[in-house]
Design a binder for this molecule. Structure first.
Ligand code: SF4
Length: 171
């Protein structure tokens, strides 16, 4: 299983192949990956024999990996506590680390969804849909909440798919 830097490295390689992240924090991460790409270009220019080796990528990613938290349904790029939705919900906006247990990655600006998170959201949408079908008509409050949950999961899946396919134009 990839370690804390292994997974960002894999996502960086995906980025290089046009498989982009999705979610509110995706743009920030894409810019970060672009800056790594630039640094690798600069290194290659000053040292022609230097390859874009995993070691170079690893070194650059490691510097920022400490702000990256890896969850099963999303990654969290925790660069600004004041923007962390989990901390706002918990009433601890100055904490120095996210409250992953209270993560609401579909709404937090620091959340990022990658293709590896798609199965979690897809399964969540499917199970919620089944649950909705079994719900009695009198349970309106629960139905409203589950429907919002269902649509949110579908939206995340659609965003992941869109980000994955956007740049895959034929060359
Ligand atoms: S809500 Fe989730 S993505 Fe946002 S800061 Fe908290 S753990 Fe990170």
């Amino acid at each position: 299983m990839p370690g804390p830097v292994g997974r960002p490295r894999r996502e960086f390689r995906n980025y290089q192949q046009g498989i982009l992240p999705a979610g509110p924090g995706a743009r920030n991460l894409t810019e970060f990956f672009a800056s790594i790409d630039e640094k690798l270009d600069a290194t290659a220019a000053t040292a022609p024999k230097t390859q874009r080796s995993d070691r170079n990528v690893l070194n650059l990613l490691t510097k920022r990996a400490r702000v990256l938290y890896l969850g099963p349904a999303n990654y969290c790029r925790f660069t600004d506590p004041s923007r962390a939705l989990c901390l706002k919900l918990a009433g601890t906006p100055t904490a120095d680390r996210p409250l992953v247990g209270m993560c609401d990655s579909a709404r937090c600006p620091q959340a990022i969804h990658h293709p590896c998170h798609r199965p979690v959201w897809s399964e969540h949408a499917e199970s919620t849909e089944i649950f909705l079908g079994q719900l009695g008509t009198t349970r309106k409050t629960e139905r409203t909440r589950l429907q919002a949950d269902y649509y949110r999961a579908l939206r995340v899946v659609a965003e992941i798919d869109a980000a994955t396919t956007t740049d895959e134009e034929p060359t």
